[in-house]
Design a protein around this ligand. Structure first.
Ligand code: FES
Ligand code: FE
Length: 309
């Protein structure tokens, strides 16, 4: 699927991959199986047994190995086949391997490396939430469009008085002037009349927006395919430190945000083509500068990967 090469994508939440059994998800355009090793380390592979193509996600974990449901072949976390029950004394063919996808856990998410280069060891880029706590209440929803369309929407001030005319956009001025700043993978978009309200993206798929001086809305847009995305919405706050109070703030935010998102969910999945690219002929205007900056950044990352950078 269309993706930004050589980046970490927030793809799932950690609690979506339990201990003790494999689970199946579609992400980055592929059916995947994820499981945890006895140490708790998460592993990910294409959800297709190299023997005869059965889905490993409907298999089981046996003695710490992923066992295929069809003929019981077992695989370790590196993807190597460790047992073929029908031929216990025969050598295992070297091609009997899982197609492993690099994954890491951080900030409560499971991250997938988009390749084609090798996954780096360094810290996964994330917003600086120093002093803030995740309020512990999350909301997730699947939309039928490419994730970059939803990122576009979250960098766009001009839609507020139209899409959200009776909620967050009530009385919002229709005339828009935007400033844009890009530093590495970090994009910021704001209006000069209200510079504190910055829409921020860390490419490829993280977004946040302040709701006042002590609260952030955060969304990770996990790519399922070119035609589907899962939004993971969270609240980060520094209003209170007492955990139950923090959870209450998160809960209020969690209950109000879906109303606003439901308004976006009417228009954004209607956009064609689903995968936005700069050359698709869309006629941008000045208020789209943040959107254009995001797509230029995607385009440059793709070119850098093609050039081997
Ligand atoms: Fe998986 Fe045969 S298809 S073991
Ligand atoms: Fe919106």
């Amino acid at each position: 699927m269309d993706r930004v090469p050589n980046r970490w994508y927030a793809a799932l939440t950690c609690d979506e991959v339990p201990h003790g059994r494999p689970v199946g998800f579609e992400r980055l355009g592929e059916p995947l199986v994820l499981w945890r090793e006895p140490s708790g380390a998460v592993r990910c592979a294409v959800d297709r047994c190299p023997h005869r193509g059965a889905a490993l996600s409907i298999g089981r974990l046996t003695d710490g190995a992923l066992a295929c449901p069809y003929h019981g072949f077992r695989f370790d976390g590196s993807g190597a086949c460790t047992a073929i029950p029908a031929h216990p004394r025969a050598p295992i063919p070297s091609r009997m391997r899982l197609d492993i996808r690099p994954v890491r856990e951080a900030h409560g998410f499971i991250w997938m490396w988009s390749g084609p280069g090798p996954a780096p060891d360094g810290a996964i880029p994330f917003f600086d939430f120093a002093g803030y706590t995740f309020a512990g209440s999350a909301f997730q929803e699947r939309w039928d469009t490419h994730y970059a369309r939803v990122v576009e929407n979250e960098l766009d001030f001009a839609h507020l008085p139209f899409v959200h005319h009776n909620t967050i956009g009530r009385g919002y001025p229709t005339e828009v002037e935007v400033e844009v700043e890009l530093a590495g993978d970090h994009l910021q978009v704001w209006q000069p009349r209200d510079p504190a309200v910055r829409l921020e993206v860390i490419g490829p798929n993280l977004w946040r927006m302040p709701l006042g001086p002590k609260l952030f809305n955060f969304i990770a847009f996990a790519p399922v395919s070119d035609e589907a995305v899962v939004l993971y919405l969270r609240t980060y706050q520094r209003i209170v430190t007492w955990r139950p109070a923090a959870r209450l703030i998160g809960l209020v935010n969690r209950l109000t945000n879906p109303v606003v998102l439901a308004q976006d969910a009417r228009t954004v999945p209607s956009q064609r083509p689903r995968v936005p690219i700069l050359t698709s002929g869309e006629v941008y205007v000045a208020s789209d500068q943040g959107v254009v900056a995001f797509h230029r950044w995607r385009q440059q990352a793709k070119r850098a990967a093609e050039a081997g950078g």
